[in-house]
Write a protein of this length. Structure first.
Lengths: 378, 378
């Protein structure tokens, strides 16, 4: 066996070739299919980004309108899935509900086990629409509210906010969520996407990959970080403390401050730039700039004190809260967006597959260890 | 960024240090915690192997009987999970049912989100008992039969066969399944276990890891192989063909013959030795040696013609069929067994964690690719 030395967490190890996402962590560059994230955040839409990620090119006007119509047409859930959502405890964490419901969807999907390109595209479209509906529907159900019917003509972001809140969002709110969905759409071989590719590489189906990815995103070291940021902001607000004093205390107590630093970026996370701006704009518009102002003070302090940059999670917390979204829906919203990237990577993996099967460096008892008979065991 | 060159499928790349499973692919050695698989297959039990994998040592008599009692005590499913199983289409693939039901279990698990050692052990015990029950219960449900109550005093294998068939298995059948469970319990960083560790490394919970692992195991390149072997044997039997002639035709048509070769073993898969013996013994005892005899002829031919060795999947097909188990339960049974290894790896990952986040070698359009305005797109 020829092996390379162990690198804990596969840091810096290249695990796949990919044409989807380009990251330069030193220069703070993120690009989908070569197009810079700043251009996409300012000029594109989430639907266009899905198209770009899955088809490898920007759609022309007809392609985009057809694609939007397909996404709209898939805004429907099998009645059994609605029943399923209603059967879960209302206290169930939304990420567990989402993971379970996405897994169940395969049983009602005509393309379930297929891994060819066309089937994968159809399932990507379906799942993108369905995941957003599951998140919104379960939130209504757990709050004892009626489910809101989907509007097939709206954007993914506007329809989600409509189904969540029961009313059409303002243009500012719609735009803010749309940009957040663009920014979170893909990030190369992050842990959830890598999990999706490991699963895809057994030639398992899209639903298995997405279910696994949701499970990975659920972890506090991945999707959970912006929840932690918001919990901190809420704690500061409740105690009426000075944000910087609070953070100083946390550092003294060796507590982790979420929302700062990134394994890949050594400069500002390019996504933070836009989320900071949205957090500020939304706060100003809303007359509730409190969360933004608090965040800004903390960011400046951590930057000066720890030389750490705010990452994508830091300002998404205040942005989502200003949009009126519950804290335990932050990660599900991340999933709505990242679904697009997961799908792109599953498609890429299936189209040129090789089983992903690394080795471990064995450090346990030396073989052959004795099988001690029962009566001689301590 | 410093990266090592891309190795497709991470072949030969060390992704973790581990004390659980030792494999020497050149010498055909497999050992759990240093103890050779041949010793374990001949002298141990599945319950003892679970203990060995999770606690790192063989249990003494009291430890083993306490542990068996704990496994027995967890042979219960929340009524909502039974309802869930009854709500699925009876045509649903059992692996999709298992993936969904395991995901749902977290909503009823008192330790759901915890990742500490003790909680993980409790969940490992619970899930090992619950997964076997889900597989058996759904098979009864889809066949319109009543669910069979668990017998807390039986071994995992005997209880599973009881719950599946409605009667206590013969000692030979119980022993055959018990050995199969021992042989499949762990195999280092195979794709499903690696998926579980990638998910665990975000500090996500055991249920997320196992759900993802089930999704990976479902893939035809992983758990699905023994199903393919059995489909081939059924096709040969139905056509009344000579097994070797059938396989020759498959080779001429460039069809893949499942159940041969292994990325890691370059000699006989040590698990195949025991499954071959069990397939033969069961066939003899049963008076139905047909599947074994067919398999043996194919094995000899492929060995001579292609220099490929039978792997773990080849003789598990005839073994399970001789046990009267449906073909689409082969992979779920693999999951019942591998649950023990998945859990051991999740526990090990959580106890010394680092996020698993590799990099991709980007080969897409060069950044910055132009964001072409809509009216200029082709």
């Amino acid at each position: 066996m020829s092996t390379t030395p162990a690198t804990k967490g596969l840091e810096g190890v290249v695990a796949a070739t990919s044409s989807i996402c380009f990251i330069d962590g030193d220069k703070g560059i993120l690009a989908y299919r070569g197009i810079d994230i700043h251009e996409l955040a300012e000029r594109s839409s989430f639907e266009e980004v899905c198209y770009l990620l899955w088809f490898g090119k920007l759609p022309n006007a007809k392609e985009l309108s057809d694609f939007q119509a397909q996404l709209g047409a898939e805004r429907k859930l099998h009645p059994d899935i609605i029943k399923l959502l209603k059967s879960f405890p209302t206290s169930a964490p939304p990420m567990e509900v989402l993971r379970t419901a996405v897994s169940a969807l395969s049983m009602y999907d005509p393309d379930a086990a297929k891994v060819d390109h066309e089937s994968n595209i159809r399932k990507s479209i379906r799942l993108t629409s369905q995941i957003a509906m599951i998140v919104a529907d379960f939130d209504r159900i757990r709050k004892g509210k009626d489910i809101v019917e989907a509007d097939k003509s709206l954007s993914t972001s506007a329809n989600f906010l409509l189904m969540l809140n029961g009313e059409k969002p303002s243009d500012t709110a719609d735009k803010a969520l749309d940009v957040a969905l663009i920014l979170h759409a893909d990030h190369e071989l992050n842990a959830s996407t890598f999990a999706a590719r490991v699963i895809a590489a057994t030639l398992s189906d899209m639903h298995s990959c997405i279910t696994g990815a949701i499970g990975a995103l659920k972890g506090p070291l991945h999707g959970g970080a912006n929840e932690e940021v918001m919990k901190m902001l809420f704690a500061i607000d409740k105690a009426g403390e000075d944000p910087v004093e609070h953070v100083k205390k946390m550092i003294a107590e060796k507590k982790k401050i979420s929302g700062f630093g990134h394994r890949v970026y050594h400069t500002e996370d390019p996504r933070a730039t836009h989320l900071r701006r949205m957090s500020r704009d939304l706060g100003t518009k809303d007359g509730k700039p409190k969360w933004y102002e608090m965040s800004e003070k903390i960011e400046k302090f951590i930057k000066a004190e720890k030389k750490l940059n705010a990452n994508v999670d830091f300002y998404s917390a205040s942005t989502y809260t200003t949009l009126g979204i519950d804290i335990d829906l932050f990660t599900p919203i991340f999933a709505i967006s990242r679904m697009s990237g997961w799908a792109a990577h599953v498609i890429e993996q299936h189209n040129d597959n090789r089983l992903i099967r690394p080795r471990a460096d064995y450090v346990g008892p030396k073989h052959p260890a004795k099988y001690v008979p029962m009566d001689q065991r301590g």
